[in-house]
Design a protein around this ligand. Structure first.
Ligand code: NDP
Length: 234
């Protein structure tokens, strides 16, 4: 187990987050799986029965700064090789022009843009302990201005665009600490958020993203990358 990495994942109880947990466990890595209600995370508990010594489960509501601080204190001596900010929400699906509410917008912003920054901030020391020193934020092509040809989705698009701005600044600020950070678009993925018509499975998305994360090069730092590693324009 000497060559194994330690990966921390937020929103690890279902969807893309759970697929990351499964993938890294299969690779023999150590996984710190974080979710709002570990007691109810039945799929994580099933994985724990198989991978007893590799999987830790922790409570983390990324919307609550005190929850982030509590976990950072609890894991203060941990080494985190790869920190994956995956937790995210879409917000109300029917939110069209004329029906946008400030309250809905603030909630989505909190989870998608503010929380990843607070998590990176709180766990910077643990990532700095690692040789790999990687942070990842799961963003979305829907946050790209260049890619927006259909309008709408004001809340989700703007929250992911804000997340991309956060990633760019973190990349510059953390560069001298040798911490590499990227925003990753997972593809249109079959999850509760992506829906049944989505194009790819969580396995395909995550297998591909894990390869991209393992091979981040200098030119990719601070960019938004597709799940196949190609750069997506802002
Ligand atoms: P799901 O809706 O299937 O899962 C979302 C996950 O985020 C759940 O584990 C959920 O936990 C968690 N979460 C939400 N809010 C919080 C919170 N406050 N604290 C902790 N965890 C929280 O979505 P996906 O798996 O599809 O999405 C994962 C990421 O990928 C998101 O950032 C999303 O924006 C992004 N993405 C997804 C795409 C897709 O096609 N699926 C496309 C582009 C980007 P809980 O069960 O407690 O609600």
């Amino acid at each position: 187990m000497t060559n194994s990495s330690t990966i921390m994942i937020t929103g690890a109880n279902r969807g893309i987050g759970l697929a990351f947990v499964e993938k890294y466990l299969q690779q023999g890595d150590q996984v710190i799986a974080c979710c709002r209600h570990p007691g109810e995370a039945h799929q994580l508990h099933s994985l724990k029965r198989i991978h007893k010594d590799q999987l830790q489960m922790h409570t983390l509501d990324v919307d609550a700064p005190e929850s982030i601080e509590q976990l950072a204190n609890k894991l203060s001596t941990a080494r985190i090789d790869i920190l994956i900010n995956n937790a995210g929400v879409y917000g109300p699906k029917g939110s069209v022009l004329g029906e946008i509410s400030q309250n809905d917008w603030q909630k989505v912003f909190t989870t998608n843009a503010i929380a990843p920054l607070l998590v990176c901030q709180a766990f910077q020391q643990q990532v700095a302990q690692s040789q790999q020193k990687i942070m990842v934020c799961i963003s979305s092509k829907m946050g790209s201005m260049a890619d927006n040809s259909s309008g709408g989705s004001y809340i989700y698009r703007s929250s992911k665009a804000a997340l991309n701005a956060v990633v760019k600044s973190l990349a510059l600020d953390l560069y001298n600490h040798e911490i590499k950070i990227v925003a990753l678009h997972p593809g249109w993925v079959q999850t509760e958020m992506g829906g049944a018509n989505a194009l790819i499975s969580t396995t395909k998305s995550v297998d591909s993203m894990v390869r991209v994360i393992e091979n981040i090069d200098e030119n990719q730092i601070g960019r938004m990358l597709n799940y196949d590693g190609t750069v997506i324009p802002w």
